[in-house]
Ligand binder design. Sequence first.
Ligand code: GDP
Length: 357
Amino acid sequence: MALHEAGKECYWLRSVIRHIRRTCDLPSVTDNPTTIYEDNVACIAQPPLPLHPLHTLLKTQTPTTLNPIFTSTLFSSPKSTLSVSDPIPIPIPTPDSHIETALEDFHTQFEIPLEKLFVPPETEIKYTESGALSTRILKGSNILLSKYATDAQVTQAEFVKSSVRTEDCPANPLPEFALVGRSNVGKSSLLNSLVRRKKLALTSKKPGKTQCINHFRINDSWYLVDLPGYGYAAAPQELRTDWVKFTKDYFLNRSTLVSVFLLIDASIPAKKIDLEYASWLGQNQIPMTLIFTKCDKRKKKRNGGKRAEENVNDFQELIRGYFDTTPPWIMTSSLTNQGRDEMLLHMAQLRNYWLKH
Ligand code: GDP
């Protein structure tokens, strides 16, 4: 089977699994042994995760025909949670410059082994005569660029509604991406960065303030969804339980959810609660992309003296046991806008594939 076919099948398989779960009344999330805790001392239940078909195929490639290490680049650069009722016109760069900027070399470089790359569905992996990878990688990520990465720019963004139940979410069947992360991870800031507006999402200064499923319609054709932050110790236990319940219900039952974007603070070492969230998503076959935030921050001794890249690598290592393949990940900063174009391109390629299948 060709690799691009494998990518397609992998996605197809996921869709089928999710469809079966939705339609066959399988055990609900409350039956799952893994619990998402609201502090950093809980342990993670560890049932093995299903194997990823694409991983197997990548491993069976003849080593001599592959260059095992490919070089990607780190790079660096608006900020906010919700509001505004009218669509907002947004100044945009030309289509070509959008993609080129996300691919060109920047300053810092790091290496990603082949088996840790994310191959989007129907992506043809090409090599030069010398065996080097010629398929392009999105900067500061492990994501290959596919033919579906078109129409990535945000030209219009509007807040649609806040819902407290999955059933109350917008009914029109547009593809959507959900942003979720620990309180204070920088979710509101990232949302504003993506749509290039300082006030679309009102930056919540009080962690845990956002308690609803908030839908933003982008370009009148897809949704960005802001979910409540987790891990806010000061929130009442009752509320915390509610959030966990309704976000899990949303993940499992929202048929138009293309991928969850799980935000992880790259300026500090990995937190157990983040590892648990990631493992729960993996075990429930919910497509997930890791978004590392605050990558502009310099290392601090009290944080173990690690740079953002090191924390990103450590997080990958820690979740390795829960995923057979590395999930897609992107390094970002809302201060420098690092990773914004890359996130939009990644969303575009997943979205366009989803729409065609
Ligand atoms: P939320 O609670 O997840 O919505 O987080 P916010 O977007 O309100 O951000 C929490 C804090 O982190 C604020 O003080 C932000 O200024 C700061 N912050 C957010 N993103 C970044 C970033 O990319 N870099 C740095 N250095 N600080 C950030």
